[in-house]
Each structure stands twice: as C-alpha cells, then as structure tokens.
Design a protein around this ligand. Structure first.
Ligand code: 13P
Ligand code: SF4
Length: 301
C-alpha cells in the first residue's frame, strides 16, 4: 500500500470505529496529516478528555498517552508504537523521587509533565513548558524541588524569587542545541527572530528572542509579523509551522534536532493500531488517582 492508500484506509477505519487520532507537534508529517488534533503535550491529553469519541489513537510518547489515560480513564487510549518513550521522563523513577524528597523534608515538589505517571503520583503539582513559572510561584515555601529537567528548572529560576533545587535530568534533543548553532543560523538568516523551547540550555535561552512551548510557537507563528524564524526545538514542528504559515520561513536552530522516539510512529503502525486495537495504555487506579490530583492542581492555576 502506498502512502496515500494508507492515509485513506486510516481515515475510513477511524470513522467506522468512531475513533480519533491525536498527534504531538513533533510527529512526522504523514501522521500530522491524518490527525484530528495536533498539539503540545498537555493540550493533547486535555483534548483526549474533552472529545466525545471513546477510542483515542495517541501518536506521541508514552508519558503523554499515560496523561491522557489519567485524564480520560473511561476511554481506550491506544499507542501505535508502545516503545516510543521519553528518555528525559525515564531520568527519574518514583523511588528516586521518594528518596530525594526524604533528603529535603518539607519542600514542595514540582514535576514536569514529561514524567511517568508513577512519578507524577509522588509530587505536589505538575507543570508544563508554558506554565512552569506560574506553578512555582503558586507554591508555599522558599525552596522548591523541580524534576526532572534542569534546563526548565533554570528557566523558571530566572522568573521567581524562590530557590529552585533541580533534578539532574535533561532532554537530549534540546540539550544538544548549542549557542554556536543558533549563532551560525543567525548569520545565515540575519533578518530572523529566534524562538527556543525552555528545555534548551541557559546559554541558548540567553540569546533567544522568545522562549515558547511547542503550542506557544504554533500560536506565535500565526500572530507574528516576522517572515523568518529560527526554531530551537525538535525539528518535526517545522512541518506544521510551514503548512499553517506558507508565507513565512522557519529554519531549525540545529539540523539534527531530532527526537528518535517521536519518529517511531508511522502510518502502518497507526493502521495496525486501529485494526487490532493495540497497544492499550492503562494506568493503575491508585497511581492514576494521585497523579490526576497533581495535574488538576496545575490546571486550576
Ligand atoms: P511541549 O509540551 O512544549 O509540546 O513539549 C513536549 C516535549 O516533549 C518537549 O520536548
Ligand atoms: Fe522527551 Fe526530548 Fe523527545 Fe520531548 S523531545 S519526547 S523531552 S526526548
């Protein structure tokens, strides 16, 4: 079957089964083309809870599908590629977080949504790349534990008077975007603005014009008068930015900024997922209940 046939078959089958496909902004273009919703990590999970369909094919990485299962426990959440994980989310386990909290008694704990459900269940509140500062500032106490992304922690620390104690985690895709890469791209496109994700290194944040989540980049791309933008995040988002803004040019800050887990999902796997109803993502009840509390606290802010 060629690509167009695969897409047609997926679209027909999702209609027959009353399923919906949601995809992260970093997914390959073919997946974005068959998706009903494309968005950032939290937006997709909230969308999963909102839609009327009972079957959701989640094209992203495991922690995102888990978050959808937590927010929509009555729905069937399917991942076409169950091995698509997030190496940063795996940099802290629930046991490691318990021990860390033990060595800092009384401190509030913020967990980035890029964590497993078991880790979320151990924290006070979650945050995303777009609300980390607000979440930190909402908490009591002068010292906050922040896991797992040290770069997002450093970004939040710039905008709060609280002391942030970071876990030593990072996203390998964003952490390998260097200030030198940005400078080289700027030299090639001197008229460009530079937008970077807060998972980037502090020295990259220092030279950026804007710091935005992937959802923020999508919105800003529609709103900006700028015609050329250098994008400091996973390069898959550029497909969407170009498709939605054909009059503007977007260049990756680093040509190799590529999340291999985000690219594990393809059309054949999506078709199989719908045909065989695989792979179902469930979160154990007790973990789901606690993790949901941490996510809902964040949403309430
Ligand atoms: P967003 O929440 O900004 O989409 O980020 C998700 C992610 O995995 C960033 O690397
Ligand atoms: Fe995880 Fe980074 Fe990939 Fe996002 S881009 S899923 S944080 S490894």
């Amino acid at each position: 079957m060629n690509t167009e046939e695969l897409k047609k078959r997926i679209i027909r089958l999702k209609k027959d089964k009353k399923a919906i496909i949601i995809a992260h902004n970093y997914q390959i273009g073919d997946i974005q083309d068959v998706a009903d919703f494309i968005g950032d990590s939290l937006g997709l999970s909230q969308q999963a809870a909102r839609v009327k369909e009972d079957i959701i094919v989640f094209c992203g990485v495991h922690f995102m599908a888990e978050t959808a299962a937590i927010l929509a426990p009555e729905k069937t959440i399917l991942m076409p590629e169950i091995k698509a994980g997030c190496p940063m989310a795996d940099m802290i386990t629930a046991e490691e977080l318990r021990q860390w909290k033990h060595s800092y008694p009384g401190r509030r704990v913020v967990c980035y949504v890029n964590t497993t459900a078991a880790v979320k269940a151990e924290c006070d509140i979650c945050c995303t790349s777009s609300n980390a500062v607000k979440v930190v500032n909402s908490l009591d106490g002068d010292e906050i534990l922040f896991a797992p992304d040290k770069n997002l922690a450093a970004y939040a620390a710039r905008h709060t008077r609280k002391k942030i104690i970071p876990w030593d985690g990072y996203c390998y895709v964003h952490n390998t975007i260097r200030a030198k890469d940005v400078r080289e791209k700027r030299a090639l496109h001197p008229e460009a603005e530079v937008w970077v994700h807060p998972e980037c290194r502090p020295e990259v944040i220092d030279i950026a014009d804007k710091v935005l989540s992937t959802g923020g980049m999508v919105r800003e791309a529609r709103a900006t008068q700028k015609k050329v933008v250098i994008i400091g995040t996973e390069k898959g988002i550029i497909y969407r930015l170009k498709k939605e803004n054909p009059d503007k040019d977007f260049y990756p800050a680093r040509d190799q900024a590529f999340c291999s887990n985000m690219k594990k999902t393809d059309l054949k796997k999506v078709l199989r997922s719908l045909e065989e109803m695989v792979h179902r993502v469930d979160v154990p009840l007790e973990i789901s209940r606690k993790a949901r509390g941490a996510i809902e606290k964040m949403v309430a802010i």
